[in-house]
Write a protein that binds this ligand. Structure first.
Ligand code: ZN
Length: 147
Protein backbone atom coordinates (compact mmCIF):
# COMPACT_ATOMS: atom_id res chain seq x y z
CA UNK A 1 0.00 0.00 0.00
CA UNK A 2 1.32 3.40 -0.94
CA UNK A 3 1.15 5.64 2.14
CA UNK A 4 1.78 8.88 0.28
CA UNK A 5 -0.96 10.84 -1.38
CA UNK A 6 -0.48 11.89 -4.97
CA UNK A 7 0.61 15.39 -3.99
CA UNK A 8 2.96 14.22 -1.24
CA UNK A 9 4.69 11.92 -3.65
CA UNK A 10 5.00 14.74 -6.09
CA UNK A 11 6.69 16.93 -3.48
CA UNK A 12 9.15 14.18 -2.59
CA UNK A 13 10.15 13.66 -6.18
CA UNK A 14 10.68 17.38 -6.64
CA UNK A 15 12.87 17.57 -3.54
CA UNK A 16 15.03 14.66 -4.65
CA UNK A 17 15.47 16.07 -8.10
CA UNK A 18 16.51 19.51 -6.93
CA UNK A 19 19.01 18.07 -4.45
CA UNK A 20 20.65 15.86 -7.03
CA UNK A 21 21.11 18.59 -9.55
CA UNK A 22 22.22 21.33 -7.23
CA UNK A 23 24.61 23.49 -9.28
CA UNK A 24 26.82 24.28 -6.32
CA UNK A 25 27.47 20.58 -5.74
CA UNK A 26 28.56 20.18 -9.34
CA UNK A 27 31.04 23.01 -8.97
CA UNK A 28 32.38 21.62 -5.70
CA UNK A 29 32.89 18.12 -6.99
CA UNK A 30 34.70 19.52 -10.02
CA UNK A 31 37.03 21.54 -7.81
CA UNK A 32 37.69 18.43 -5.74
CA UNK A 33 38.51 16.49 -8.90
CA UNK A 34 40.94 19.22 -9.91
CA UNK A 35 42.64 18.88 -6.53
CA UNK A 36 41.54 22.15 -4.94
CA UNK A 37 40.60 22.51 -1.32
CA UNK A 38 37.89 24.95 -0.42
CA UNK A 39 35.65 26.31 2.29
CA UNK A 40 31.94 26.89 2.02
CA UNK A 41 29.67 29.81 2.87
CA UNK A 42 32.32 31.84 4.63
CA UNK A 43 30.69 34.47 6.77
CA UNK A 44 32.58 37.65 7.51
CA UNK A 45 33.14 38.23 3.81
CA UNK A 46 30.87 40.39 1.66
CA UNK A 47 28.00 38.30 0.33
CA UNK A 48 29.15 35.19 2.20
CA UNK A 49 30.71 33.53 -0.87
CA UNK A 50 29.49 30.01 -1.68
CA UNK A 51 33.02 28.70 -2.15
CA UNK A 52 36.46 30.09 -1.39
CA UNK A 53 39.70 28.35 -2.27
CA UNK A 54 41.95 27.60 0.67
CA UNK A 55 45.04 29.77 0.81
CA UNK A 56 43.95 32.04 -2.01
CA UNK A 57 41.81 35.12 -2.23
CA UNK A 58 39.51 33.49 -4.70
CA UNK A 59 35.77 33.48 -4.13
CA UNK A 60 33.07 31.79 -6.18
CA UNK A 61 29.37 32.47 -6.17
CA UNK A 62 27.11 29.91 -7.77
CA UNK A 63 24.03 31.84 -8.78
CA UNK A 64 20.63 30.56 -9.79
CA UNK A 65 19.69 32.11 -13.14
CA UNK A 66 16.18 33.08 -12.10
CA UNK A 67 16.90 34.67 -8.73
CA UNK A 68 19.94 36.56 -9.88
CA UNK A 69 18.46 37.57 -13.25
CA UNK A 70 21.00 36.00 -15.57
CA UNK A 71 20.73 37.13 -19.19
CA UNK A 72 19.78 33.66 -20.38
CA UNK A 73 16.46 31.93 -21.10
CA UNK A 74 16.17 30.70 -17.49
CA UNK A 75 16.91 34.12 -16.10
CA UNK A 76 14.45 35.90 -18.34
CA UNK A 77 11.44 33.93 -17.15
CA UNK A 78 8.93 36.30 -15.61
CA UNK A 79 6.30 34.93 -13.26
CA UNK A 80 2.75 35.79 -14.28
CA UNK A 81 1.39 36.13 -10.75
CA UNK A 82 2.75 38.81 -8.42
CA UNK A 83 4.96 40.06 -11.22
CA UNK A 84 5.81 43.36 -9.52
CA UNK A 85 6.78 41.63 -6.29
CA UNK A 86 9.16 39.19 -8.00
CA UNK A 87 10.60 41.87 -10.16
CA UNK A 88 11.53 44.01 -7.18
CA UNK A 89 12.91 41.05 -5.27
CA UNK A 90 15.11 40.06 -8.18
CA UNK A 91 16.25 43.62 -8.83
CA UNK A 92 17.29 43.94 -5.19
CA UNK A 93 19.19 40.67 -5.45
CA UNK A 94 21.10 41.93 -8.48
CA UNK A 95 21.99 45.16 -6.70
CA UNK A 96 23.18 43.27 -3.64
CA UNK A 97 25.27 40.93 -5.82
CA UNK A 98 26.95 43.87 -7.50
CA UNK A 99 27.74 45.51 -4.16
CA UNK A 100 29.20 42.28 -2.76
CA UNK A 101 31.41 41.61 -5.77
CA UNK A 102 32.67 45.15 -5.68
CA UNK A 103 33.40 44.99 -1.95
CA UNK A 104 35.26 41.70 -2.30
CA UNK A 105 37.38 42.99 -5.17
CA UNK A 106 38.24 46.07 -3.21
CA UNK A 107 39.54 43.80 -0.47
CA UNK A 108 41.83 42.14 -2.98
CA UNK A 109 39.71 39.13 -3.81
CA UNK A 110 39.13 37.60 -7.19
CA UNK A 111 35.37 37.16 -7.11
CA UNK A 112 33.69 35.11 -9.80
CA UNK A 113 30.08 34.23 -10.55
CA UNK A 114 29.24 30.83 -11.95
CA UNK A 115 25.75 30.67 -13.39
CA UNK A 116 23.47 27.75 -12.82
CA UNK A 117 22.95 27.27 -16.56
CA UNK A 118 26.71 26.84 -17.09
CA UNK A 119 26.69 23.92 -14.69
CA UNK A 120 24.24 22.06 -16.92
CA UNK A 121 27.11 21.16 -19.18
CA UNK A 122 29.87 19.44 -17.17
CA UNK A 123 32.30 19.76 -20.10
CA UNK A 124 31.88 23.49 -20.47
CA UNK A 125 31.96 24.01 -16.75
CA UNK A 126 35.21 22.15 -16.28
CA UNK A 127 36.87 23.95 -19.23
CA UNK A 128 35.78 27.27 -17.78
CA UNK A 129 36.97 26.46 -14.26
CA UNK A 130 40.31 25.16 -15.47
CA UNK A 131 41.02 28.28 -17.52
CA UNK A 132 39.89 30.46 -14.64
CA UNK A 133 42.21 28.78 -12.17
CA UNK A 134 45.10 28.86 -14.63
CA UNK A 135 44.55 32.60 -15.03
CA UNK A 136 44.54 32.98 -11.29
CA UNK A 137 47.93 31.30 -10.97
CA UNK A 138 49.45 33.40 -13.76
CA UNK A 139 48.10 36.51 -12.17
CA UNK A 140 49.70 35.64 -8.86
CA UNK A 141 53.04 34.91 -10.48
CA UNK A 142 52.82 38.20 -12.28
CA UNK A 143 52.14 40.05 -9.06
CA UNK A 144 54.88 38.33 -7.11
CA UNK A 145 57.85 40.63 -6.49
CA UNK A 146 60.88 39.62 -8.55
CA UNK A 147 63.92 38.64 -6.55
ZN1 ZN B 1 21.71 31.36 -16.93
Amino acid sequence: VDVLTESQRHRCMAAIRSRDTKPEIRVRSLLRTLGYRYRLHVSGLPGKPDIILCGQQFALFVHGCFWHSHRCPYGRVSPTTNAAFWQKKRRDTVKRDRRNLYALRRQGWTAIVIWECWTRSPDKLSKYLISLLKGLRQNREYQAPSA
